[in-house]
Structure formats: structure tokens, C-alpha cells
Design a protein around this ligand. Sequence first.
Ligand SMILES: Nc1ncnc2c1ncn2[C@@H]1O[C@H](COP(=O)(O)OP(=O)(O)OP(=O)(O)O)[C@@H](O)[C@H]1O
Ligand SMILES: [Mg+2]
Length: 258
Amino acid sequence: MGKIISIILPKGGVGKTTSAVNLAYNFALKNYKTLLVDLDPTASCSMSLGFNHENIFGDIFDVFSYSKSIESVIHTTGIDNLDCIPQMKLNAVEEGRQSKLVSNEYLLRNVISTISSKYKFVLFDCPPYLFGSTNLALIASDSVLIPIRTDEYSLEAIDDLLIRIEYISKRYNRDLSIEGIFLTSYEKNIRASYKIKTKLYENYSDLVLSKSIPKDANMMSVTFNKKPLCLINPSSRAAIAYKELADEILIRNESAVF
Ligand SMILES: Nc1ncnc2c1ncn2[C@@H]1O[C@H](COP(=O)(O)OP(=O)(O)OP(=O)(O)O)[C@@H](O)[C@H]1O
Ligand SMILES: [Mg+2]
């Protein structure tokens, strides 16, 4: 049986999508068949892998509305072992219409369960809020992986997320666990970064993963290349850190995915 992991923090721009794409790439590189599902209407995950209105032939909401089967919306990515269910970029009206489709809390869980056995990892890239598709992802997942930036608001967002996880696990998904919390865009010699890292260990010591992802200017080139940083620049600092983080997650899940 594979593992379904949601990448969530109810705060924008903390590195959820970057982490989803680069971790998925590293799992695939190690021959773990991986499916990356873009659940964010801004579609940045899809765009960062080169998907757009011209080449997307269906997304998860087509499955929710019963117009397509889940198998028919799985896209290959050109990367061995890495498939993707991309998301059409939506305008506000379309997003409103789409949100009505998510009234059945088990929708995602039900459709993913029909294909998850084909994959060692399924990763959900979630939007920066806890309702809508994030809610569906929490109900459909085995665990939650939490990226944070070194600012006070990220710590507050962790608390909101932990309350939500507790609620979901009591009400809908008893087996939901926390994969871990890790720092992104980390700047070693900045006082504020150190302060947040200390607070993180004080408040959530059991949950903190040992690997942090450093701030890396090479990340800017990703938007032009439409490929994961770990593929286009594997020797960059953030790419090396993502590889090590993927290894850390693999070791923790040895029994689940082998
Ligand atoms: N380690 C890093 N070093 C430098 N820049 C980074 C790093 N990680 C992410 N970024 C940049 O930070 C921005 C936000 O990252 P990303 O889109 O992954 O965050 P997000 O949490 O998915 O955002 P949203 O909440 O909007 O979905 C992007 O421009 C990305 O290139
Ligand atoms: Mg994102």
C-alpha cells in the first residue's frame, strides 16, 4: 500500500507547492511511482510542471462532477515515475462554481482510493486555506506534511492547522497523522529565523523534521524552466536539501511504502 500525503499550511507563499513538486520528483527519482495532485485553483503546481489550458485534458473537478473518470485525468509529466493530476487555472466565478462541488466530504477520498494502489506516494498540493479542497485532502490523506517560513504568522497557522487535523481525525479520518513540520526559505544567520526555529522546537519538538530547506536564489529560475529545481539544478542548496528531506521522509515510511 502506498502513502497519501497532503502538503498544507493555511498561509500563502510558505513553499507548499515548491515542496510538493520537489519531493514528488525525488520520490520518483528513487523509483517510487508518485502521483502529484494539484488541488489549488491558482494552479501553480500544474504551471510549474508545464501544464496549461492547452495541454490539460481534465482535472480532479471533472472527476467530482462525474464528467470524467479519475484514470482519464492522470497526465504523464515527462519525468519517469511521476504522474500528475493538474488543475485548470480558474477565475473567481469558476472557483465559486467549483467550490459547490466539494460539498461531499468524501469525494476525493473515494476517487483516490480507486487508483492509490498504483502509486507508492500520492501528494496533494493544497491551497493556503483549510476549507474546500484542503478539507477534502485532509479526509483523503494518511498524513499531513507542513512547510513553514520563519515568521510568527507561520507558527499561528500551524496552531490553526493542528486544531483542524484534530477535528478531521475525530470526525472523518481516524488514521490521519502528521508527517512532520519543516522550515523552508531558511536563512541561517538571520536572528528572526533563529528565533522562530527555537520556538518551533519548543512548541512542536516531536513534529519537527531535521532537514530545513535554505533560501535559494536558484528557485527563481524554476518558473522559466517549468521543471522542478531538483531536476534543473540538482547541485543547488535547496535541491540538495529537498533530496535529503525526501530521504528523511522515506526512512520514516519504510514499512508503509516498501
Ligand atoms: N527555498 C526557497 N528559496 C527561495 N525561494 C523560494 C524557496 N521556496 C519557495 N520559494 C519561492 O517562494 C514563493 C512561494 O513558494 P510556493 O509557491 O511554493 O509557496 P506556496 O505555499 O505554495 O504558496 P501558495 O500559498 O500561494 O500556494 C515562490 O516564488 C517560490 O519560488
Ligand atoms: Mg501553492
